[in-house]
Design a protein around this ligand. Sequence first.
Ligand code: ZN
Length: 307
Amino acid sequence: MTRNGIHHVTAIAGSAQRNVDFYTRTLGLRLVKKTVNFDDPGAYHLYYGDAAGSPGTILTFFPWENAAPGRAGAGELQETSFRIPLSAIGYWTERLINFGVERTTRFGETVLTFRDPDGMRLALVGLPGIEAEAAWDNGEIPLENALRGFYGVSLMLERTEATGAILSDVFGFAEVAREGDTTRYQAEGTAIGGIVDLRAVGGFLPARLGRGSVHHLAFRAADDAAEAEMVRKLAANHGLHTTEQKDRNYFRSVYFREPGHVLFEIATDIPGFDVDEPAQTLGEALKLPQFLEPHRAAIEAHLPELV
Ligand code: ZN
């Protein structure tokens, strides 16, 4: 079975409560994990996705209440897009009216672009024939209009060749189309989270990380062996070295800076989000990795309350 494509996207937000409201209510995603940033336990790490938190549907945030706004530019992930049924374009145009929604056409597909409350660039891509796919029911958005996982991401890079070579050689993507300054790569056999667009923007100011910026982009590896093989190829064919593997409880990850300066991660599909709480109640309780459990009381006292 092919397991290529995007695993998750992680971005920076301001207010945690505002972030939860927008992604669970306005966009109708499921909060599948409420935990803390393992490297900065004073802040939440919030995961949104489909009912099960499947790879290819997961958008995660580090909400730092006082984060300064980011600045768009070269060397970052510019836009994250989700799949919606083509028939839902009208519904979402109306629903996102307060978020700067604009309708456009890319690669022959109807696309709605808009911003989240922190200025993060998002898009919905209308696709025919996906109405019957399973979707999370947030109790408000009619199921036939609900989001169906990631469509893809676009990266803004000074130069795109070396990054494209990694997508093709290591992550199972192939170049499938070009439009203007954008080259489209598609993961073979992957309907959800299978698109990466590389936009060449030589001469742009470099991006500055902050609220509304994407922190990193994670690609899927089926298991540890598949991840190790990707690490080997990165070193042997591209001269790139990753971090050691880090246990993120729900997946196991390595990180590296790709040639265009975007932080890439490789994350295993296993073990998944039901490893420490039942699938039925994902995201309801604050979950901590074992090494932080002794500090639970102090961590809980410090985190803002979420309703
Ligand atoms: Zn990550």
